[in-house]
Design a protein around this ligand. Sequence first.
Ligand code: CTP
Length: 384
Amino acid sequence: MLRRFTEAGHDVTVVPTAAALHFVGAPTWAALSGKPVATEVWDGVHEVPHVRIGQSADLVVVAPATADLLAKAAHGLADDLLTNTLLTARCPVVFAPAMHTEMWEHAATQANVATLRSRGCLVIEPAEGRLTGADSGKGRLPDPGEIYDICLDALARGVGVHDLAGRQVVVSAGGTREYLDPVRFLGNRSSGLQGYALARAAASRGAEVTLVAANTALPDPAGVKVVRVETTEQLRTEVLAAAAAADAVVMAAAPADYRPTSVSEAKIKKADDGSAPSLALTQNPDILHELSTTRPRAGAVIVGFAAETGDATSSVLDLARAKLARKGCDLLVVNDVSGGGVFGSADNEAVILGADGSATDVPHGSKTALAHVIWDEVAARLHD
Ligand code: CTP
């Protein structure tokens, strides 16, 4: 994480606790940050670091945050440089807890987390998986890249926006695979990045998020329930199941429109006579259309994506308006993919069309920035 911040041009001061120095020594932190590091308030007192570091910070991130550190922060203790920094900081503060499951679930820790959140701090839900011992469970530090993305988001937007708190949302991401035989499939170029950015953004705004991910190779966003699928049929089953309780469903996935009519149980062999096999295809269900027409939960906002190229007779927006009407969704996020540039790219550019006739231009920017504009549009349409 320190490398990611410094390489992106951020000025980072590392404030290790005494316990942290058992894991990584002060010289390593100093070398990687290019600055001296201190643990106690008594080091370099002439520069009054116990006040200055917190006052001058644009963001404080504690990763990993132990149960002990969360308790100290919640109660305002200030017995070392980090806890002093937390008391003097007026910027967004992000905690990434990591501990054993029992410690995380303990009523004391949960009460401390609730206190910190009620004060506007962002406490990331720990990930599930292998812990330090032989055991597994909730309490792992999320992927450093995920924590870094959350920090960038907090720098850009602050951490106080919880307009999706109490809401359940479903996001689909990635491209489905339709198998021809045990080793071959029809697929597409969707990376899943936009769907993951949507899931992360919704979680940071307080939503309970289910991410139905088709064939992605991305780390799980922190605090998001990830359900993995491969085919359009599996995607449909999982999205419809989660949609029953959802306030919003965003179909950012690229489900294959067709699947092979039959899947060969054995690997298909090359013909000796040089002939090519013909492929019979069956149309897949249109999940977005089904969601929009059956409305699994009344009042939920349904959002689709449209990747359009335009043609000789119709512009991208003409085609998108027609698609919005055909699909019956509430919002359609339209990408012009003529150049093929959006696939796998960190950036995106779009127009968000509303069934109410609205059109919101989102200029070229990060997929995270677009995700937030989409949630702004969704939030404006949510009912009590
Ligand atoms: N979609 C879906 N189920 C499918 C195919 C697409 O739910 N079987 C959703 C996508 O997730 C996306 C939207 O529909 O939100 C638009 O997909 P697109 O493929 O652009 O629409 P199509 O109806 O397939 O239109 P086209 O004829 O332009 O391919």
